[in-house]
Design a binder for this molecule. Structure first.
Ligand SMILES: [Fe+2]
Length: 478
């Protein structure tokens, strides 16, 4: 366990303990939670508390694991009900004891894991209870009570998710943003949606009897099952994409794991550029699938060790369009389409398939192009058995920034761990004009069209852009 993780858990446990004791002393337990059994109200309250602890124990026995390592159980519903009926202290105690899992009893979780799990639920439960008490001091109006419960549930869920994600991030040594991003928001929101159910539980508990709580077992189990299926479906989708990417890489022994590495490099560039979660996800899947069109390139072209002929080169260069066609029917992968189609466009417009120019090229495709080129240069290929060193590859990226690559993306790449400690030549100081080929071609087409219409035009000069000095050859990118 890292020092920062130990410190965080220690702080969390201390805060939760203080919150629980303070809530017990300040608020006590509301008599609405009691189950009438005899003349002593204290016993009735204890009985009610015990009842909700048992219900919470049962519902937290099988939590759903969300990608990123965060565990969520439907136990939030009885916890919220206890919060509504008994106040912040009741919520805290029910959360503390009721959140015990089977894995803990079997000794599968280290003691500090148990401690942080419980503390991570107690603190949000007490804070949620205090919020509810402040919003609804008197639950006489059922509508206000319902609204207050929903808000308290939002506070509870958000705080619980933040604490759990923070611990998962510290444990995996990744930024908390990444854990929150990989977590499924659909699942998180569905737990907030348990608030109305929890409120209904309190109403029937109070008005009809404690036994009505059993009626909620089936809906709660269904929600849990739905969440589990959602997480499973998502995992299956990710694994299927991974398998598809591997199938492409496996065809060519020289590009084994190419897609996986491109995905990692592209994600690191994305992190430096502070891309949003949707863009990061598109980069990851786009990175894995960018060369999926190579499935349609014949072996004699794909595996040819010598230089490709003009026709073979055309076949090879059709892979971005083929890839986009293969992926197009998968609606969930719509954000990845532009990445796959345009990952071989050049910044100066001389790439393929659409000869897009500069910022016309989708941003994520420009990111992927840099990642793809760096991976290709630093890995062995049939036509170049000895890969370039990281320093040489970085030199090439810098040399071709503004021609093949977006200079801003190359700048972002330089800040990633892939070139840590490698001497960076920096952006070229001596600029020189380079023909913007796509623009020139566009102007020529326009001129031809106008000439066809009988309009006489003077010959248009080829436009130039000022870019750094270039070497004699272009960079490999698969
Ligand atoms: Fe490619």
């Amino acid at each position: 366990m890292s020092r920062s993780l130990a410190l965080f858990i220690a702080g969390l446990v201390a805060m939760s303990a203080i919150a629980l004791v303070a809530a017990s002393l300040l608020y006590g337990f509301d008599s609405r939670i009691s189950i009438p059994a005899g003349p002593d109200q204290g016993v009735d309250i204890a009985l009610g508390l015990l009842f909700w602890i048992v219900v919470t124990l049962v519902t937290s026995a099988l939590p759903v694991k969300v990608p990123g390592g965060v565990m969520i159980a439907v136990a939030i519903a009885p916890c919220l009900a206890a919060m509504n009926l008994g106040g912040p202290a009741a919520a805290g105690w029910v959360a503390l004891i009721g959140s015990t899992e089977l894995r803990e009893l079997r000794g599968e979780i280290p003691w500090y894991g148990s401690l942080s799990n419980h503390a991570g639920i107690v603190l949000p439960a007490v804070v949620g209870g205090v919020v509810l008490k402040a919003l609804v001091p008197d639950p006489a109006n059922p509508f206000v009570d319902l609204l207050g419960t929903a808000l308290a549930a939002a506070v509870y869920s958000a705080l619980n998710l933040f604490i759990a994600s923070f611990i998962a991030a510290l444990r995996a040594r990744t930024p908390i943003r990444d854990v929150l991003r990989t977590g499924d928001r659909g699942v998180t929101f569905s737990f907030v949606a348990l608030a109305p159910l929890a409120w209904l539980m309190t109403q029937t508990y109070e008005r009809v009897g404690w036994w009505t709580t059993a009626l909620y077992a089936l809906p709660l189990y269904s929600i849990r099952l739905a969440n589990e299926r959602l997480v499973e479906m998502r995992e299956m989708f990710t694994q299927t994409i991974g398998a598809l990417a591997e199938a492409v890489d496996k065809r060519d022994p020289f590009t084994a794991r190419h897609s996986l590495r491109v995905k990692e490099i592209a994600s690191d560039i994305g992190r430096v550029m502070r891309l949003n979660s949707g863009e990061m996800e598109a980069l990851e899947w786009g990175g894995l699938l960018h060369d999926v069109g190579k499935i349609g390139v014949p072996d004699y072209v794909l595996l040819k060790p010598d230089r490709l002929t003009r026709e073979e080169r055309q076949l090879m260069n059709s892979h971005p369009v083929l890839g986009a066609q293969i992926i197009a029917p998968v609606t969930k992968l719509a954000p990845e389409l532009p990445i796959i189609r345009h990952h071989h466009e050049w910044y100066n417009g001389s790439g393929y398939p659409d000869r897009l120019l500069g910022l016309e090229i989708p941003k994520l495709a420009r990111v992927l192009h840099v990642a793809d080129a760096f991976e290709a240069m630093t890995a062995a290929r049939p036509y170049r058995m000895k890969p370039l060193t990281t320093e040489q590859a970085l030199g090439e990226l810098r040399k071709f920034a503004g021609i093949q690559f977006d200079p801003e993306i190359v700048d972002a790449f330089v800040k990633t761990g892939w070139v840590d400690g490698v001497p960076d030549p920096g952006r070229a100081i001596e600029p020189r004009p380079v023909p913007m080929l796509a623009t020139a071609a566009g102007l020529m087409l326009q001129a031809t069209a106008l000439a066809d219409d009988g309009v006489e035009l003077p010959a248009a000069p080829i436009p130039f852009a000022v870019v750094p000095e270039v070497g004699p050859r272009a960079i490999d990118a698969d």
